[in-house]
Design a protein around this ligand. Structure first.
Ligand code: 13P
Ligand code: SF4
Length: 386
C-alpha cells in the first residue's frame, strides 16, 4: 500500500519531502562551494522565485538561490542544457531545467538540442537514451546511482532468451531499460505511446501477439486497451506498484469529489478504480485542461508540486511516494556535474547503434498532438507473464 499522507504543512500546504537535501543541506552545500546569497544572486534569481513560491517559503529562498544562480551561469559557460523530468523537485524543475517533461518529450529534446552538453535531471536510462540519440554530445548524470527498478529487472541476455522462446514476435521495450536491453529490441515505447507502438508492431510484423518488456503492469494496462495479445516480463516500478484499489477507496472516502489520476505503471486494479490514466505529461495536461477542484496524482509525489504551479485553483491531495532514484538528483549534484563535467554517460558504439534503431522506430511513428491516455475501467485482459 502506498504511504497516504495528506496532512498539509501549516504554511505551505505541501507534503514534507526532501527538496535537494532540504534548505539546510542546500545552504551548507552552497557555503562549502564558496557560494553565497549576494545582491547579484538575488537579482539574477528573483524572477525564478515566482515559479516556486507555492512550495518554497521566502525565508528558505536564500539557501537555494546561490546554487541556482551558479548552475545557470555554468550552463551558459559550457553550452549545456538541463533536461528535467516531471519528477524533479520544483527548484530543479523550474529554476534550472531548460526542457521539462515526460520520458518521450525529453528523448525528443535530446535528439534535437543544439547544445554541446546535456545534463540529465532524471535517471540513468534517460541519460543513456540521450547519449544514444546524441552521440556527439557530452551527456552527464549528476549521480550515477540514479537507477530504476524497472531497468534493473531485465538484462540483454534475458531478452535474447525470450526471443529464442518466441521467434518471429516483435519485442516492444519500455524506455525504462538499459541500452543493452534496447539493443535487443525492435522498438521502444513510453507510457505516452505504448498502445500505439504495440499496435504498430503487431501490424508491421503481421502477428497478433507481441513481447512487451519489462513492466508487467504497463503491459497489462496496454493489453486492456487492444486486441493484441501480450507476453510480458515481471518487472515493476517500486513506486507505482505500491498503490492499491483500497488506497483509492480510502482517498475517495476522506476527500469526497476528489478526481483520481493514475500513471499506467500502477496495477490494473488501480487504473480500474481511477478517473483517468496516462503518462506524467498526460496527467499534467489533464489538470491544466479540466481544472479539477480537488485532485490526487497516483505517481511520484514531487510531480504534484510541479503541476500545482499552473493550477492555483486546484487542491492537491498528496500521497507521499518518492522515487529514491529520482531524488538522488539534487541542486548540489547538478552544480558538481557542470563544474567538474561529471559523471559522463557512455554507451559502447555497437550497442548504441542497435539501441538507436529501436528508439528511432518509435520516434518515426506519427506524432500525436498530445500524449495518448488510457481508458480507465476496462476489463482485465489475459497476459502471459514470464
Ligand atoms: P513518463 O514517461 O510518464 O514520464 O514516466 C517515466 C517514469 O519513470 C515513470 O515512473
Ligand atoms: Fe523507475 Fe519507478 Fe523511479 Fe520511474 S518512478 S524511475 S519507473 S523506479
Amino acid at each position: 500500500m502506498a504511504r497516504i499522507i495528506d496532512a498539509p504543512l501549516a504554511d505551505t500546504g505541501v507534503c514534507e519531502k526532501p527538496r535537494t537535501s532540504g534548505q539546510w543541506g542546500a545552504l551548507d552545500a552552497a557555503t562549502r562551494r564558496g557560494l553565497a546569497f549576494t545582491q547579484a544572486v538575488k537579482e539574477e534569481t528573483d524572477h525564478l522565485y515566482e515559479l516556486v513560491e507555492h512550495v518554497i517559503p521566502p525565508v528558505e529562498w536564500p539557501a537555494y538561490a546561490p546554487l541556482i544562480a551558479a548552475i545557470n551561469r555554468l550552463k551558459r559557460q559550457k553550452n549545456a542544457v538541463i533536461l528535467a523530468h516531471n519528477y524533479m523537485t520544483s527548484e530543479i524543475f523550474f529554476c534550472v531545467g531548460d526542457f521539462r517533461g515526460d520520458s518521450l518529450q525529453l528523448a525528443r529534446e535530446a535528439a534535437n538540442t543544439p547544445a554541446k552538453v546535456i545534463v540529465q535531471a532524471g535517471v540513468h536510462f534517460m541519460a543513456e537514451t540521450s547519449k544514444i540519440l546524441s552521440p556527439d554530445k557530452t551527456v552527464l548524470i549528476p549521480d550515477m546511482r540514479a537507477g530504476c527498478s524497472l531497468a534493473a529487472s531485465i538484462t540483454g541476455a534475458d531478452v535474447r532468451l525470450i526471443k529464442q522462446k518466441y521467434p518471429g514476435l516483435p519485442v516492444v521495450t519500455y524506455v525504462n531499460t538499459s541500452a543493452d536491453v534496447k539493443a535487443e529490441s525492435d522498438v521502444t515505447c513510453t507510457s505516452s505511446n505504448a498502445v500505439q507502438v504495440v499496435e504498430w508492431a503487431a501490424k508491421t510484423w503481421g502477428v497478433d501477439r507481441v513481447i512487451m518488456l519489462p513492466d508487467e503492469f504497463l503491459a497489462k494496462n496496454v493489453a486492456a486497451m487492444t486486441d493484441i495479445k501480450i507476453i510480458a516480463w515481471h518487472g515493476r516500478c517500486e513506486v507505482h506498484e505500491r498503490f492499491s484499489a483500497e488506497d483509492i477507496a480510502e482517498l475517495r472516502a476522506a476527500h469526497p469529489g476528489v478526481i483520481v489520476l493514475a500513471h499506467p505503471e500502477c496495477p490494473p486494479e488501480v487504473l480500474a478504480a481511477s478517473d483517468y490514466a496516462g503518462s506524467t505529461a498526460a496527467l499534467a495536461n489533464y489538470v491544466g485542461k479540466h481544472n479539477p477542484k480537488k485532485v490526487v496524482l497516483l505517481t511520484e509525489c514531487s510531480m504534484s508540486d510541479n503541476v500545482a504551479q499552473a493550477a492555483p485553483m486546484t487542491d492537491f491531495v498528496r500521497p507521499c511516494n518518492l522515487c529514491p532514484h529520482m531524488k538522488r538528483i539534487t541542486l548540489e549534484a547538478i552544480y558538481d556535474a557542470l563544474a567538474n563535467m561529471q559523471h559522463e554517460v557512455l554507451v559502447p558504439e555497437d550497442v548504441r547503434v542497435r539501441a538507436k534503431k529501436a528508439i528511432d522506430a518509435m520516434l518515426a511513428l506519427p506524432r500525436t498532438s498530445a500524449p495518448l491516455d488510457f481508458e480507465v475501467g476496462r476489463a482485465l485482459a489475459d497476459v502471459t507473464v514470464l
